[in-house]
Ligand binder design. Structure first.
Ligand code: CDT
Length: 321
C-alpha cells in the first residue's frame, strides 16, 4: 500500500507595502478553498507570507518596524487561515515575522494541523544580507537587522499529514542553499521538507556579475540536490511578482526524493501546484546510496562543525613529495 499524500505549494503573487494582512489572508483562504477542491491535504505558503518582503526597507529605529511582526499566532487577522484549515480539513505551513512576548524577533514558520493546533515551529537559521544600511547595494536586504538567528535548530517531527503519519521538517528561503540544513533533517529521517522563499529576480549586491537566468537555476539546484541527497520530498513555495517595483522570481516547485521536479508554478501570481507523493519513495535512497549508518564518515567531517569561514589550503612546492 503506497503512503500517498497530496501536497500543494500555494504560491503568492506580490504583496505591496501598503497592503494589510487582510488582503494577503483573503488570498490565502481562497487558495485553501481551491486546494480543498483539488483533494489537497497540506498547503505550503511562502516565507513572510502575510506582508511584503519588508527587509528590503531600512528603518533606523527598529521599534518602528513592529507592525511587520506577528505578536500572537493565531491573531484576529490570521484566524481565517485556522478556520479554513478546520473547515477544509487541510494542514498548512505559514511563514511570518514573529515578535515574542519578551521582545525577540525571528523569521519563523509553523506547520498547523487541520484542527488548528501548531504541530511544529522553525526559526530561520541562515539569515542573508546585512545589519546596517549598505550604500553599495541596489536594494537593501536587512534580515540581519530585523531578525535574530533561529534558536530551534532544524527540528523534525512525526505527525499526521493527510491520511498518513509523516516525518516533517522546515527550512526558510536562504536555508535551502546550505547542505548542512538539509543533512540535519536527513539525519532525522525527514520525509517532507516544507520551505517558503522570497528571492529577488536579480542579484542586488552590486558586487559582481551574476547571469539573470541562473537565479532560478541555483534555487532549483539547491532544492533538488537537498531532496535527492536526503531522500525526501520538498515543497518549495515562492512569493513572486513585483512588490513596489522589486521583482521576486516565483518558480515554486515540488520535488521528489530522486530530485525530480514533480510540479512547477508557471505564473508569478497566486497559484496552486500539487503533487501526489508516496512517502515510501523515501525508502530507496535511504536504504541504498544514502544509507547514512552504512556510509557516512563523520571522522572525516571535522571542519563542518568546528570551522565557519573557509581557510586557504597549504601551497604545494616542487620536490615536497
Ligand atoms: N529571503 C531570503 O532568504 N532570500 C535570499 C536572497 C539572498 S540575497 C541577499 C535567498 O537566498 O533567496
Amino acid at each position: 500500500m503506497p503512503r500517498l499524500v497530496t501536497l500543494a505549494a500555494a504560491q503568492l503573487g506580490p504583496i505591496q507595502k501598503a497592503e494589510g494582512r487582510d488582503v494577503a489572508v483573503g488570498r490565502m483562504v481562497r487558495l485553501m478553498e481551491r486546494a480543498h477542491k483539488r483533494g489537497v491535504e497540506v498547503v505550503v505558503f511562502p516565507e513572510l507570507a502575510l506582508t511584503t518582503f519588508f527587509p528590503r526597507w531600512y528603518e533606523e529605529d527598529i521599534s518602528r518596524a513592529d507592525h511587520w511582526y506577528e505578536h500572537a499566532m493565531p491573531s484576529n487577522e490570521t484566524a481565517p487561515l485556522f478556520e479554513a484549515a478546520r473547515k477544509y480539513g487541510i494542514g498548512f505551513h505559514l511563514g511570518y515575522a514573529e515578535k515574542t512576548p519578551d521582545g525577540h524577533r525571528y523569521n519563523t514558520a509553523i506547520y498547523v494541523h487541520p484542527s488548528g493546533e501548531v504541530v511544529l515551529k522553525y526559526r530561520k537559521v541562515h539569515l542573508p544580507g546585512h545589519r546596517d544600511f549598505d550604500p553599495i547595494r541596489k536594494v537593501q536586504h536587512l534580515e540581519k537587522r530585523y531578525f535574530e538567528v533561529g534558536n530551534l535548530g532544524f527540528p523534525v517531527i512525526r505527525a499526521p499529514v493527510g491520511g498518513q503519519e509523516a516525518n516533517i521538517g522546515m527550512m526558510i528561503c536562504n536555508d535551502r542553499r546550505w547542505p548542512e540544513a538539509w543533512r540535519e533533517m536527513g539525519l532525522q529521517q525527514v520525509e517532507i521538507v516544507m520551505l517558503g522563499y522570497n528571492t529577488p529576480s536579480l542579484n542586488m549586491d552590486n558586487r559582481g556579475f551574476e547571469a539573470h537566468h541562473l537565479r532560478v537555476e541555483h534555487s532549483h539546484l539547491s532544492i533538488r540536490s537537498g531532496c535527492y541527497q536526503n531522500a525526501c520530498f520538498g515543497v518549495a513555495t515562492a512569493k513572486g511578482g513585483t512588490e513596489d517595483g522589486h521583482e521576486l522570481f516565483g518558480h515554486s516547485i515540488i520535488v521528489n526524493p530522486q530530485g525530480e521536479i514533480m510540479a512547477q508554478a508557471t505564473s508569478w501570481g497566486d497559484e496552486l501546484i500539487t503533487a501526489d507523493c508516496d512517502l515510501d519513495d523515501c525508502n530507496l535512497g535511504r536504504t541504498t546510496i544514502f544509507n547514512f549508518a552504512a556510509h557516512r564518515r563523520t571522522e572525516a567531517y571535522q571542519r563542518i562543525t568546528t570551522q565557519t569561514g573557509s581557510e586557504a589550503p597549504p601551497v604545494w612546492k616542487p620536490g615536497q613529495g
